[in-house]
Design a binder for this molecule. Structure first.
Ligand SMILES: [Zn+2]
Ligand SMILES: [Zn+2]
Length: 182
């Protein structure tokens, strides 16, 4: 069996959402944040400037279904891990003709029967009483990293559990709060 491969650049361009905006939260444009994973394909987390995630998209060029692997990788980056539910992942299989002329030609020339597999992870907002809880992503933990967490809508937005932990440990080591220093 042909091993799973990264999605070629010409195909990746065809997979990008046309004009992504943050619906129901701020209407700002969302932009893709690339995340490094131990998988051959690529993951992009589409989030607005406030950190609310619209969708996370994993894509690879392979005959297999990568959903289980993607689920595991997403869970490793979520606090708590059960933030990522199997039923919220959706697999799409894309073949050359539906991707446009350039990707179609590219894929046909290189063993056309192998499709592009795309796994979408969407976690819809949950309303509890008057408060809406949304999926957030924190990208402050190094290049190519992400931390997913669910938090209520608030201004400023709630920080991720890892950021909260590190500011707490700074408080104990210096005896001053992060707020007092800033
Ligand atoms: Zn937003
Ligand atoms: Zn963080």
């Amino acid at each position: 069996m042909t091993p799973a491969r990264p999605v070629p650049r010409v195909v990746a361009a065809a997979l990008r959402p046309p004009d992504p905006h943050c619906y129901g939260h701020c209407s700002e444009p969302v932009r893709p944040h690339p995340v490094t994973m131990r998988l051959p394909g690529s993951l992009a987390v589409y989030a607005c400037p406030g950190g609310v995630v619209s969708v996370s998209v994993y894509a690879e060029w392979a005959a297999r279904d990568p959903s289980t692997l993607v689920l595991r990788e997403l869970r490793r980056r979520a606090s708590p891990a059960r933030t990522v539910l199997r039923r919220d992942l959706r697999l799409a299989t894309r073949h050359g003709p539906e991707l446009g002329p350039d990707p179609e030609r590219f894929l046909a020339e290189r063993g056309g029967e192998i499709p592009v597999r795309v796994v979408y992870w969407r976690r819809y907002p949950v309303r509890r009483g008057a408060v809406v809880h949304r999926l957030f992503a924190c990208f402050r933990h190094g290049r190519g990293t992400v931390r997913f967490y669910v938090a209520p809508d608030s201004d400023p937005p709630a920080r991720c559990p890892a950021c909260r932990r590190s500011s707490r440990s700074r408080v104990t080591s210096t005896g001053r709060s992060a707020r007092a220093r800033s």
